[in-house]
Design a binder for this molecule. Structure first.
Ligand code: GDP
Ligand code: MN
Length: 376
C-alpha cells in the first residue's frame, strides 16, 4: 500500500525528520487560502500514488496566492500516469542549495534492507543508478542492530555529503531506518532531501510503501488505504474469499485450485496469449460462487475471452455448469466463454451446458488455444 506524500511526511515528522510546513486542499480557493496562511512562496503539489509528478507538471512553485490558485486550477483533475488528481498539498517553499537522495528498500540478494544516499538527488534515482552507479552510497544494516551512528556517518562520507550537513543527514538516515522498520515498509524514500541556503536539511518529498501483508499490524496506516479504480475488482474478489490477481492480458481465467490456475496461465501463454487475471475459486465451489467469479472477471474491460478450467475433485462439474448458466441467463456476457470441465460430475455438467452459447473443449491445451484465438 502506498501513502501520499503528505501522509508519509506526517509519519516522518512524528519520527523527528524536519519537513516544510504544509497543508492539504481540494479546491483552488483552499489552495489560495493555504498559500496565504503558510506564507509565500509556496509549492503546489499533486497528491497521487506515482512518482515523477514534477516532470508531469504536478509540482509548481507559486510566488503569489493568485499564482497558487491558478496552479491549483491546472493541477486539480489533471491526469498523471492514469491517476486523477483530487488532492493538493501546499507547502512553504524550501530555499534550495542542494538536492540529495535518501532511500531504503529491500535488497533481496542480501536479504537485508539497503540504505542508499546520493548527492545526485531530485531526479530519477533509477537513472542515476544506471548511468552513474558510483554516485550512490549504500549500507546494509544488520537487522538486529539497525543503522548504527557510525554506519550512517560512513554513508555520508562515501556519498560526499558536505561536512556541515553530515550529522544532520546521518541523523535523518537513522530516523528513516527506524520508520522503515516500524511501518513494515517495502520502500521509503526522501527525494529530494533539501539542503537549504541556511544550511538546514528538510525532506522535500516523501514516498512510503507499506507491505500489504503487514497491514493487520499497522491499523493506523490502514486508515490511509484508498481503493484505486483498477483495484476495485481485487477488493471485491478478496471480500468473496477468492484469490484474485489482476494482470494485463486479455484472456480472463477462472480455475479451481492455485496450482491448476497457474498451469492455466502457462497454457494460455504457451498458446500465444496473455492472461487478464489469476482467479482461484477454491475447492467445492457452488453455483453462486462460480457466478460471482465470472462477474468479477467480466467486469475487467480488458477481457476479450474467458477460459474456465475446472478439474473436479470436491468441486462438482454440475454446480459449475449451473453457475455458468446463471451468468449466461442474467448478465449475457459479450465476450466468448471457453470451458474445460473434467473430474467429478463433469459429464453431468457438460450435459447441462449442451446448447449453451459457449465453447467446450476436453483438454486444457485445446481450450487455451481456443480462448487465445477468440481473444485476438
Ligand atoms: P516528484 O517529481 O513526484 O518526485 O515530486 P517532488 O516532490 O520530488 O518535486 C519535484 C521537484 O520539484 C524537486 O526535485 C524540486 O526540484 C522541485 N521542488 C519541490 N519542492 C520544492 C520547493 O519547496 N522549492 C523549490 N524551489 N523547488 C521545489
Ligand atoms: Mn520526488
Amino acid at each position: 500500500m502506498k501513502l501520499h506524500e503528505f501522509q508519509a511526511k506526517q509519519v516522518l515528522a512524528r519520527a523527528g525528520v524536519a519537513i516544510p510546513e504544509g497543508r492539504t486542499a481540494t479546491t483552488p480557493e483552499e489552495v489560495e487560502a493555504a498559500a496565504i496562511a503558510l506564507g509565500l512562496p509556496v509549492v503546489v503539489k499533486a497528491q497521487v500514488h506515482v512518482g515523477g509528478r514534477g516532470k508531469a507538471g504536478g509540482v509548481k512553485l507559486a510566488k503569489t496566492a493568485a499564482e497558487a490558485k491558478a496552479h491549483a486550477m491546472a493541477i486539480l483533475g489533471m491526469d498523471i500516469k492514469g491517476l486523477t488528481v483530487r488532492t493538493i498539498y501546499v507547502e512553504r517553499a524550501a530555499k534550495i542549495a542542494k538536492e540529495l537522495y535518501l532511500g531504503i528498500t529491500i535488497d533481496r540478494d542480501r536479504r537485508r534492507a539497503v540504505v542508499m544516499l546520493s548527492t545526485v538527488g531530485g531526479m530519477d534515482i533509477e537513472e542515476v543508478a544506471a548511468t552513474q552507479p558510483g554516485k550512490i552510497a549504500r549500507s546494509w544494516p544488520d537487522p538486529t542492530l539497525g543503522l548504527r551512528a557510525y554506519a550512517a556517518r560512513a554513508l555520508c562520507f562515501e556519498a560526499g555529503v558536505p561536512e556541515a550537513q553530515r550529522d544532520a543527514v546521518a541523523g535523518i538516515a537513522r530516523q528513516l531506518y527506524d520508520v522503515f522498520r516500524a511501518t513494515d515498509a517495502m520502500t521509503i524514500e526522501i527525494n529530494p532531501l533539501f539542503i537549504q541556503e541556511d544550511g538546514t536539511v528538510v525532506a522535500g518529498d516523501a514516498k512510503l510503501e507499506v507491505d500489504d501483508n503487514a497491514m493487520y499490524r499497522q491499523p493506523e496506516l490502514a486508515t490511509y488505504k484508498e481503493i484505486a479504480p483498477d483495484e476495485e475488482q481485487e477488493e471485491r474478489a478478496k471480500a468473496l474469499g477468492f484469490s484474485y490477481v489482476q494482470l494485463d492480458g486479455t484472456v480472463g481465467i477462472i480455475g479451481n485450485g492455485a496450482g491448476l490456475v497457474m498451469s492455466t496461465l502457462d497454457a494460455v501463454k504457451n498458446a500465444g496469449g496473455s492472461a487478464a487475471n489469476f482467479l482461484d475459486v477454491g475447492g467445492g465451489a457452488k453455483e453462486s460462487v462460480v457466478k460471482a467469479a465470472l462477474e468479477i472477471v467480466l467486469a475487467n474491460p480488458r477481457v476479450k475471452a474467458i477460459f474456465i478450467n475446472i478439474f473436479g475433485g470436491i468441486t462438482r462439474g454440475d454446480e459449475v455448469a449451473k453457475g455458468i448458466l446463471a451468468v449466461l441467463r442474467d448478465t449475457k456476457p459479450k465476450v466468448p466463454l471457453v470451458i474445460r470441465l473434467s473430474g467429478t460430475e463433469a459429464e453431468a455438467g457438460r450435459a447441462l451446458l449442451e446448447g449453451a452459447p459457449l465453447v467446450s473443449r476436453t483438454t486444457m491445451d485445446e481450450a487455451a488455444a481456443e480462448a487465445v484465438r477468440l481473444a485476438t
